[in-house]
Each structure stands twice: as structure tokens, then as C-alpha cells.
Design a protein around this ligand. Structure first.
Ligand SMILES: [Zn+2]
Ligand SMILES: [Zn+2]
Length: 342
């Protein structure tokens, strides 16, 4: 490949694609915030509003009020989320993509695993392309991604990574754009984790099938992601209570379950880390199920953090300063303990 085509390819991969994805994200289906998924979520919310209104279960006079009204959608925190949504495009180009590209050559890919298994056990007969195989392959991709997201999320609730994840949790009101209020470091870790996990899964699956299997997609999105995003996924970051009931919530993560995850009540801490499935929460002991009866919730991580995370700058820089402070305190405590023991 000549220098010009190489430069052109890098420009497309590193700059043009991330920027268009972010700015025109509302028109594409590769993110939960696509217009179609937003409409689907608000359609479900409207159905809920009519249902509850008819039964006298809500005091909201209008649909807008039911969604939280001006005090939620024009709250200082929500306005920050809208601004941060666009800043993320710049962060993606300037930091996330270059860091991931730096690590990329060291991550084993499907081809590496395919060659490894081939050397170990020899080539396998090629299975013909068929729909059930493509559907199974898509299901696996979905499960691997969701499983990695669960553990990455759980890791970011640990002592040393919490300051970065607190960016997401510091929001005292939830709007769909809050889903994008994620520190860039978390995105980097997630992307690397998913690339590594999928590399192994795809390599193993293709080896078992004796060659590549095309993935079954709906409008360019893995079919299961499409289905889950259409199931009111945007209501996760709203004040609309939508529970799937205690039985279904052992498998599927409902918007109400994610709102519990954002609650500042100690009994809700470290519960419901799942994205699409709560199966992982059930398996690893972090499940909290809900009922049709809404629980009174207060979102965020307390007054102090609301003051600390008021600007786009603080969303990006504060986690680094907080983590450095934690390191310094730990070191000075250790030095103090050593001096005392002398
Ligand atoms: Zn969290
Ligand atoms: Zn969230």
C-alpha cells in the first residue's frame, strides 16, 4: 500500500469515522442513542404514561411531566450531559482511538487463535453457511460482549477505578444522554477488553466451523443488539420506572434495575452491573430485582460530587486528580506506619 492510501485509510479510521459516528449518532443504529431507538423508548414511556394515568397511578398532568419535565431535562447536570456528548467526539479522536490503536498490535485476534487451534488439532471440515449457524454466532458475540461489559463495569466500581466511573454516577438526574457521560479511560478499557474477548470467541467459533461465518445483522447491527436497543433501553437513563418483574429480571436487565444501580441508598450499592442481561448479576451475586411498584430513588453520589463534577473539564480531569490523591494518602500512611514501627 502506498503512503497516500495509508494516510487516507488512517484518516478515515482515526478521524472521520469517530467524528461522524458521534455527531450523526442520532441517525445511525450503531448506538443506543439512535433516533429509532429513542423513538421506541419514548413510545413505550408514552404507553406507560397512558396506562398509569388511566389507573390513577401517576400524579403527572402531562407526558412531559411524567418524563421529569423541565427540572430534569434542563437541570445543570443534564445540560452538562448534552455538552459532554459532543466533547466525546473530540476525546474519541484525540485519545480513545490512538490509545486503542497503540495497544491493538499486542492483542491476539481471531486469525491468531484460528492458526493456533489449527496447529494444535489440525484443520476441521468446513460447515456450509446457514442461518442457524449465523444466528448462533451472533448470539455468542452478544453474550461475550455483554459478559465483558459486566466485568469491566464491576472492575470500575473497585477502589482504584471508582474515581473514573464516578463521572457516570455523579449525575443527580438521568436523561438518555447520561449514558454517554463515561470517562474516556473506561471506554479504552472496554474497547480493549471486547476486542480481546471477541478475538478468542470468533477464533474458536470459526475453527469449529472450519472457516468464517458471516454474522447475521439487522440494518448493520448485530441482531440481538438491535432487539435489545428497541426494548426501551434508553429508559435506563430516565426517571421513568419500567420494571420487567422479579422473574424476567433474573435474565434481562430492566430500566428500573439500572436506575437502582444509580441510587445513592447504601442498600442499592454494587447491584445490577449488567447492560442487556442481568443473568451475570444473578450468577455472580450482584442481582437486585424490582417490582411494578416504583421505589423512591435519589440518583447521584452526594452533594459534594455534584459540586465537583460541574464542568466538562472536571469530568475529564477530576478522576486523575482524585486517584493521585488516593495514592499520595496511601503512601503517606505507609510511611507513617513504618516510622512508628521503627
Ligand atoms: Zn456503575
Ligand atoms: Zn448508567
Amino acid at each position: 500500500m502506498d503512503a497516500f492510501s495509508l494516510l487516507y485509510r488512517h484518516l478515515i479510521d482515526w478521524v472521520i469515522t469517530p467524528i461522524t459516528e458521534q455527531f450523526f449518532g442520532i441517525f445511525n443504529l450503531n448506538g443506543r442513542l439512535g433516533a429509532l431507538f429513542l423513538c421506541a423508548s419514548y413510545g413505550v414511556a408514552y404507553g406507560l404514561f397512558r396506562f398509569r394515568k388511566r389507573r390513577g397511578l401517576t400524579g403527572a398532568r402531562s407526558f412531559w411531566q411524567f418524563l421529569g419535565g423541565n427540572q430534569v431535562h434542563w437541570h445543570r447536570s443534564a445540560l452538562l450531559d448534552y455538552r459532554y456528548y459532543f466533547v466525546r467526539a473530540i476525546l474519541k479522536v484525540a485519545l480513545v482511538v490512538p490509545i486503542v490503536h497503540l495497544v491493538d498490535p499486542y492483542i491476539l485476534r481471531s486469525g491468531d487463535y484460528l492458526a493456533f487451534f489449527g496447529n494444535l488439532w489440525g484443520a476441521r471440515p468446513r460447515l456450509g453457511e446457514n442461518l442457524s449457524l449465523a444466528l448462533m454466532y451472533g448470539l455468542g458475540v452478544f453474550l461475550v460482549k455483554d459478559f465483558i461489559h459486566y466485568w469491566a463495569h464491576r472492575a470500575f466500581h473497585s477502589r482504584w477505578l471508582w474515581a473514573f466511573h464516578k463521572v457516570h454516577h455523579s449525575a443527580p438526574v438521568l436523561v438518555p444522554a447520561t449514558a454517554s457521560r463515561v470517562h474516556f479511560l473506561e471506554k479504552v478499557v472496554e474497547k480493549i477488553g471486547v476486542t480481546a474477548g471477541l478475538g478468542l470467541y470468533v477464533g474458536a467459533f470459526w475453527y469449529a466451523c472450519g472457516g468464517e461465518v458471516s454474522r447475521y445483522t439487522l440494518f448493520g447491527v448485530t441482531y440481538l443488539v438491535f432487539i435489545f436497543n428497541s426494548l426501551a433501553a434508553n429508559l435506563r437513563h430516565t426517571h421513568v420506572w419500567l420494571s420487567f418483574g422479579p422473574v424476567v429480571e433474573h435474565l434481562l436487565n430492566s430500566p428500573a434495575q439500572h436506575q437502582i444501580h444509580h441510587s445513592d441508598a447504601p442498600r442499592h450499592f454494587n447491584r445490577n452491573f449488567g447492560t442487556n442481561l442481568s443473568l451475570w448479576d444473578w450468577m455472580f451475586g450482584t442481582l437486585y430485582v424490582t417490582t411494578r411498584q416504583p421505589e423512591p430513588l435519589r440518583f447521584g453520589t452526594g452533594e459534594q460530587d455534584q459540586q465537583r463534577y460541574l464542568t466538562v473539564y472536571s469530568l475529564i480531569v477530576t478522576p486523575f486528580m482524585e486517584t493521585a490523591r488516593k495514592f499520595r494518602t496511601r503512601r503517606s500512611r505507609r510511611v507513617e506506619a513504618e516510622t512508628r514501627s521503627l
